[in-house]
Design a protein around this ligand. Structure first.
Ligand code: LLP
Length: 419
């Protein structure tokens, strides 16, 4: 077994297992393509955060966008997790899965009036506010409901997260947050508004971070801001330092939650509850996408393994040229290895899952695309009228179907042909 994957994925003889289940059995029982996740890997990853920050008042708010399956949310809710949401849909998912609304923070640049209304109604912990207009909208909706909205302003600390430009959010040129230089003005405006309680400061600088340096800088800047705000009389109770810790896809060595806690410990403001919003590092290496080789084809330059999964099921390689490990589920020593582009059936040149991979495979071989637990299923689409794949949660020697393969009729549900 390679070093890229979490140790819940392991090989015994020729077979790749997840916990105590051979992945070939999951493919046989549920078909391919199919997402599969490990309960124990998800729980271990969440607990690593909880333990890392145990010496302070803290709340780990799992970023639902990374993987919003109800079963995953339910596992985390049972551990006492909070949740970071970015839409009314994610809010309903969390509530449906048994999450505690008082442990929800609501992030995102474009919260609609209906979303704000519902979040106030259920009594979330805080809105991470991204603009003055949003603040005014929250205030007026809260006044209408006779509620007080707890808010933190998402500050843009202007640090370089040193990650892929599409997932870097902490620089001035990004649409996210309020420039740290303008933050105090926004807090002054906030306290003038009715039905608003300013309780925190929030930031999130980017995703798939592989060093603690940028987060240390951001936390330092946030702490200085908290100090200034407190001197000005604002009762800042929490700092939310966002998510962003990377995972190992290939050879990265991202910091652990413990290393993160160690790195920021002395910079965090005193007497402040610490919130974190990790997504990828909780679920990323807990999951894989199983896919079967439909055809092998060759031209003068390349070998192609055409598989039954595509950019519709796993978009990251096409969108970010992301590299994810691809391994045969069952090693067949009789096959000779060759270098393949692993591509899907979708009619797009960008439809690949991996390029130039050395694999000993044949038509019918089963492959596992690793590190697919985060931003996998959630970014899937029905492009080319492909149904969304099932999701399976492995718990020891049991495999639970936690989302059924979408039926064909779902592809046109809600559509109408004018008579
Ligand atoms: N909090 C906020 C406000 C965020 O925008 C994000 C991610 C997170 C927390 C969670 O970050 P994480 O711990 O997962 O890095 N689709 C991309 C990743 C987009 C991340 C967007 N924001 C990918 O597949 O790499």
């Amino acid at each position: 077994m390679t070093e890229h994957s979490h140790d819940v994925f392991h090989r015994s003889g020729a077979e790749l297992y997840l916990e105590s289940i051979p992945l070939s059995q999951v493919a046989r029982d549920f078909g391919t393509p199919c997402y599969v996740y490990s309960r124990s890997a998800i729980e271990q990853a969440w607990r690593a955060y909880d333990e890392a920050f145990a010496d302070r008042d803290h709340l780990i708010c799992y970023a639902v966008k990374a993987n919003g399956n109800l079963a995953v949310l339910n596992l985390l809710a049972r551990l006492g997790s909070g949740f970071d949401i970015v839409s009314g849909g994610e809010l309903e998912r969390v509530l449906h899965a048994g999450g505690d609304p008082r442990r929800i923070v609501f992030s995102g640049v474009g919260k609609s009036a209906a979303e704000i209304h519902r979040a106030l109604e259920v009594g979330i912990l805080a809105f991470n506010v991204e603009s003055v207009s949003e603040l005014e909208r929250i205030s007026s909706i809260a006044a209408g409901l006779g509620r007080t909205a707890r808010v933190s302003v998402r500050v843009n600390p202007d640090v370089d997260a040193e990650t892929h430009p599409y997932i870097s959010t902490g620089l001035r040129e990004n649409k996210f947050g309020i420039d740290i230089a303008q933050a105090e003005t926004v807090y002054h405006r906030a306290v003038e508004l009715p039905n608003i309680a300013v309780t925190g400061v929030d930031c999130h600088i980017g995703s798939q971070l592989t060093r603690t340096g940028p987060l240390e800088d951001a936390v330092g800047r946030i702490a200085a801001l908290v100090e200034r705000l407190r001197r000005q009389g604002h009762a800042i109770e929490h700092v939310d330092i966002g998510g962003g810790l990377g995972i190992r896809y290939r050879d990265e060595a991202p910091p652990t939650p413990a290393a993160l806690a160690e790195a920021v410990r002395d910079r965090l403001p005193a007497d402040c509850r610490v919130l974190l919003e990790p997504g990828r590092s909780i679920v990323g290496n807990a999951g894989a996408l199983l896919t079967r080789v439909e055809y092998v084809k060759h031209n003068d330059h390349r070998n192609f393994a055409v598989v039954d999964a595509s950019m519709s099921e796993l978009l990251r390689p096409a969108l970010y040229e992301a590299w994810q490990a691809i391994e045969p589920v069952t090693v067949n020593a009789d096959l000779v290895s060759a270098v393949y582009d692993v591509v899907g059936p979708v009619c797009e040149t960008a439809d690949f899952l991996g390029k130039a991979r050395e694999l000993a495979i044949d038509e019918g071989s089963l492959l596992a695309v690793l590190s697919a637990g985060a931003y996998g299923f959630v970014m899937s689409s029905n492009y080319n009228a492909r149904v969304r794949p099932p999701e399976v949660l492995v718990d020891g020697d049991r495999a639970h179907l936690v989302r059924e393969r979408e039926p064909l009729e779902a592809l046109w549900r809600g559509e109408h042909i004018p008579g």
